[in-house]
Design a protein around this ligand. Structure first.
Ligand code: FRU
Length: 484
């Protein structure tokens, strides 16, 4: 328990507190240096994304009291360039009136004709409700609406798990719409609402017609954190699947939106990381649809508590459609982090090829692989005698992260994670970012795999190229990265 958390809402006191907390954890070798993290304590979902007066604002579920989930505040980070982030005092406090005794759960932000406005899930006496808060324009001080809660769960047959959360709001012409994550008959669903004034909300119907919902094989008992938006000539619904009390992974449905109903045609995973990338939230800025996800810590609760921090947000990814699928790429602004470059123009090899020993664990890699005769091709990240293997298995068309030797520390989850490609692969483009304990990979723009590593060796990382069972040809560029 962190007893120093300020009890009042004074901005200056909070600002000093956050600066001290960030400094206190600076020496922790597992702390990401250019990802968004909370200064200390617990972070989960990204919330209330906003582009406002030339700055990007990211809010997040935050428990300053300890590195474990607790009634959430809304933490806040701001950036001019999407690369360098500054801490801002929390925007929402569970205790601020009208009180949300169970916390201020996830939600979104909109610009209501110049008034920055949040829609969030206020949990009151165990009931999940939609609440709202506004800011005068500095986006630092926020005031909850005295009329909260604004919307409550309608009386619906087969409503299950008391789930009614994570409002996502958008405008079509003069009308506002909102979707809310829920569960009907023990299967995830989202409810659609309409409003002319953002205060009175009319419940319409489940966004996905129930007979079509029944056919979807997603396996989510609750659909959490919905995002619904046009992309290219299609519409996309992203939801995170809560299943058997476990947060599993987000999926994206692509389909058509007609007469206020959504007809999914395809379903895919947004990221293949095992219990790592969750609850993504998107933001439209001009022509781009940006997405951040929550990267869950992959070590025991005890180890998270002892470290004093848990969770980070992913790097911002831009979403687009590629051959009918949801695809993503890391935004080019991140190139600003690049320092020394190391490259291999073209290398054909078999077995192991030592590439380089790096002194810091903050790296970017871009690799183009050609199948050749190899069965597996990839990288070995070596930390003394701890190592993580990251490779493509050409025979099964899978991208694999083998963490079975990634740490001597028993508290770190040491598993094998896989992402499957639908077609057989002959080439593969990998783009990856290593930031101390976080590792994010996007392959061929269509498949991403995110995980966390906690090697006990904290001094640098040695990278070896690996080609098993035959030769591979590869091109590679790598950069040592600056802190964000
Ligand atoms: C997803 C989630 C949301 C909820 C929030 C609470 O991780 O369960 O559905 O609003 O976390 O922190």
């Amino acid at each position: 328990m962190n007893t120093k958390v300020p009890e009042d809402f004074t901005l200056e006191v909070w600002q000093n507190y956050l600066a001290e907390e960030r400094k206190r954890l600076l020496a922790d070798p597992h702390r990401p240096s250019y990802h968004i993290t909370a200064p200390s304590g617990w972070l989960n979902d990204p919330n209330g994304l906003m582009y406002w007066q030339d700055q990007y604002h990211v809010f997040y579920q935050y428990n300053p009291h300890a590195a474990t989930w607790g009634p959430p505040y809304w933490g806040h980070a701001v950036s001019d360039d999407l690369v360098h982030w500054r801490d801002v005092p929390p925007a929402l406090f569970p205790d601020a009136p009208p009180k949300d005794d169970g916390g201020c759960w996830s939600g979104c932000a909109i610009n209501n004709n110049g008034v920055p406005t949040f829609f969030y899930t206020g949990v009151k006496n165990g009931e999940q409700t939609t609440c709202t808060a506004t800011s005068g324009g500095d986006l630092v001080s926020w005031k909850k609406d005295e009329a909260n809660p604004l919307v409550r769960m309608p009386e619906l047959e087969h409503h299950t798990h008391q789930a009614y959360r994570d409002p996502f709001v958008w405008r079509e012409g003069e009308t506002w719409y909102q979707v809310i994550g829920t569960s009907l008959g023990n299967r995830g669903q989202v409810l659609l609402y309409r409003s002319d004034d953002l205060k009175n909300w009319e419940y319409l119907h489940p966004l996905v017609p129930q007979n079509i919902r029944d056919e979807l094989g997603d396996g989510g008992h609750i659909w959490e954190c919905p995002n619904f938006f046009p992309l290219g000539d299609k519409h996309v619904l992203i939801v995170s699947l809560w299943h058997d009390r476990q947060l599993t992974y987000p999926v994206a449905f692509i389909g058509d939106y007609k007469n206020l109903k959504f007809y999914p045609e395809t379903m895919q995973r947004v990221d293949w990381g095992h219990r790592c990338f969750y609850a993504p939230l998107t933001l439209q800025v001009e022509k781009r649809r940006l997405m951040w996800g929550w990267l869950q810590s992959l070590r025991s609760s005890k180890a998270q508590l002892a470290a004093g921090w848990s969770g980070s947000l992913s790097l911002p990814r831009e979403l687009f459609l590629k051959e009918g699928k949801l695809a993503s790429k890391f935004i080019p602004e991140l190139e600003k982090l690049r320092q020394t470059r190391h490259a291999l123009e073209s290398l054909t090899f078999e077995g192991e090829h030592d590439f380089k020993q790096f002194s810091d664990q903050a790296l970017e890699f871009k690799l183009s692989l050609e199948r050749g005769s190899a069965k597996q091709t990839g990288l070995k990240l070596r930390y003394g005698d701890e190592f993580t293997l990251l490779y493509v298995d050409w025979q099964t068309s899978e991208l694999v992260i083998d963490k079975t030797h990634s740490s001597h520390n028993e508290a770190a989850y040491r598993d094998l994670q896989k992402a499957s490609f639908e077609q057989s692969l002959n080439t593969l483009d990998l783009h990856l970012y290593l930031d101390h304990s976080t590792l994010e990979i996007i392959a061929n723009e269509t498949t991403s795999l995110t995980t966390c590593l906690y090697p006990e060796t904290s001094t640098g990382v040695a990278v070896t190229l690996v080609s098993v069972g035959g030769t591979t040809t590869l091109r590679l560029e790598a950069w040592e990265l600056a802190s964000g």
